[in-house]
Design a protein around this ligand. Structure first.
Ligand SMILES: Nc1ncnc2c1ncn2[C@@H]1O[C@H](COP(=O)(O)OP(=O)(O)OP(=O)(O)O)[C@@H](O)[C@H]1O
Length: 485
């Protein structure tokens, strides 16, 4: 994700216009979480400009000049049609019959069919939507402070309800957020950290993310640590959310979550110190290379670990925590291939009051894993992590990134491609070609089915992580039974 191309955003009329930069043939254009073609995107820009909307500095629209758009009218008309269909669907989202009738994409139909029980159960729980009183809601988009529920978002011709066929694309960092830095139980001075990292020498560098460089360090007592050193341009943000995140993270302790050991917030330095997890990221392993290829059993164990880490955050931590950036490059593996969820830079406390169903907040996360409903409504719940987990599940089974912009059109959005193949009964074609062990078709279908439930378009349709865990355990037992037979 260090290579993430940034995205431009406008929130005029609550539309979220996003595109991956720099502009090239494979550039993805997204409106409110829905992939659109360039013509429609440019139309939205023009519309926003006419309404006097201000675009970020980084938002450039030079691709909207004539020659890129020639010959695209057909596409444009088609997407307007799509949008009309979807608009109609949005009104009917509480009626099963109608949901079924609108499910032109097939995906929604599927989700509805397999998720009916949770659909019913969750509807009650979500019936009160209250704007939470957050201490650190400074980043909320101002128009939303006045409009707590999505119903009140001003109308725009470019809004459309999400559907899984509309998952956002490309594993690009979607928005910048401050990193936490803290120094809890590990009370290290700057000179100790300098010694531990050999003065931040290049040899100790293990990676680089959007916010800083990660170094490996070795403490006096021989303990290995990972030290993330924030880039100076993020310092201001760091200050703003610093305290709340420190408070959140200091309460976390689970074997499937990377432990935060401390922070430094002094003078020119913002450092986060975590336990060092030595076997690379899940993405590294899916890409193959010297570490070898993950077999199916390992993949299954990894998703179970991630699921347990998330279940703890959502249901068992002192206060509910929503990670907001679940993705394969944030899953670290130990030598024994156990998984730990890392990178809590975007983590947020969930609702604190039982009347609150969600938190209203700016969208943060990584494009491709981002919950389309959260992108559209700015309502954050633990189900946004469930969505990302579903995308991750498809990724670990197929080996493909959530968005593969170089592939043919119908394969670009991995979850959509997988869903179509699944429905055609071609589940074996989905399996990562690098994973050589042959797995029973039933097991594969169960895994994919679970992934699609998690990546359902609306949070009401998604199971919670605890339910996901139960399903994964059941799949694991039948897998083990079958492989022993
Ligand atoms: N605790 C850790 N132990 C071992 N390696 C780590 C640890 N934390 C991070 N890394 C390594 O450093 C790399 C960069 O991590 P970082 O979290 O900064 O970036 P990212 O998640 O890849 O990108 P971004 O922060 O932009 O999402 C990771 O890909 C991983 O290889």
């Amino acid at each position: 994700s260090a290579s993430a191309s940034y995205v431009g955003t406008s929130v005029c009329l609550s539309d979220h216009l996003t595109y991956t930069k720099p502009y090239h043939q494979g550039t993805l254009f997204i409106i409110n979480g829905n992939p659109v073609d360039i013509v429609r995107f440019c139309k939205a820009i023009r519309f926003h400009k006419a309404k006097g909307c201000i675009f970020e500095d980084s938002f450039s629209d030079e691709f909207c000049t004539g020659h890129y758009l020639l010959g695209r009218r057909f596409l444009d008309e088609k997407s307007v049609e799509d949008s009309k269909n979807n608009e109609a669907g949005s009104e009917n989202k509480y009626s099963h019959v109608k949901v079924i009738s609108m499910a032109a994409s097939g995906f929604l139909l599927f989700c509805c069919a397999i998720c009916c029980p949770c659909f019913h159960k969750e509807r009650k729980a979500n019936s009160h939507e209250v704007l939470p009183k957050e201490s650190n809601s400074v980043h909320q988009v101002s128009s939303f402070e006045m409009s707590p529920s999505s119903d009140k978002i001003p109308p725009s011709p470019f809004r459309a309800p999400p559907s899984p066929s509309r998952v956002p694309q490309s594993p690009s960092r979607y928005a910048m957020s401050p990193r936490v830095s803290r120094l809890g139980p590990l009370n290290l001075s700057m000179s100790q950290i300098a010694a531990a990292t050999n003065n931040f020498s290049d040899d100790q560098k293990i990676g680089e993310g959007g916010f800083g460089i990660v170094y490996k360090g070795i403490l006096d007592d021989g303990q290995f640590v990972a030290i993330k050193r924030a880039k100076k341009e993020h310092f201001e943000n760091l200050r703003t959310e610093f305290k709340s995140e420190v408070d959140l993270l200091s309460k976390i302790g689970h074997r499937n979550l990377v432990k935060l050991l401390g922070y430094v917030d002094k003078g020119d330095e913002r450092l986060i110190i975590t336990e060092f997890v030595r076997n690379g990221t899940l993405r590294d392993h899916l890409d193959g290379g010297p570490r070898g290829i993950l077999n199916f059993n390992q993949r299954l164990e990894i998703v179970i670990d991630v699921c347990h880490g998330l279940t703890y955050l959502h249901s068992y931590a002192e206060r509910q925590i929503i990670h907001r950036d679940i993705k394969s490059s944030n899953i670290l593996l130990t030598d024994s291939m156990r998984a730990k969820v890392a990178d809590f830079g975007f983590a947020r406390g969930g609702p604190t009051d039982s009347n609150q169903t969600h938190i209203l907040t700016q969208v943060k996360g990584t494009v491709g894993y981002l919950d389309p409903e959260y992108m559209r409504t700015y309502q954050l719940t633990a189900k946004s992590d469930v969505f990302s987990f579903g995308i991750l599940l498809v990724e670990i089974l197929t080996g493909r990134r959530p968005v593969e912009s170089r592939r043919p059109h119908d394969e670009k959005i991995t979850v959509r491609w997988a869903f179509d193949k699944y429905n055609e009964g071609k589940v074996f074609e989905l399996v990562d070609p690098n994973a050589r062990d042959r797995v029973d078709e039933k097991i594969l279908r169960k895994m994919f089915s679970l992934a699609f439930q998690c990546a359902a378009p609306t949070r009401k349709e998604r199971p919670d992580m605890e339910a996901v865990g139960k399903q994964l355990w059941a799949i694991r037992s039948s897998y083990l039974r079958r492989s022993m037979a």
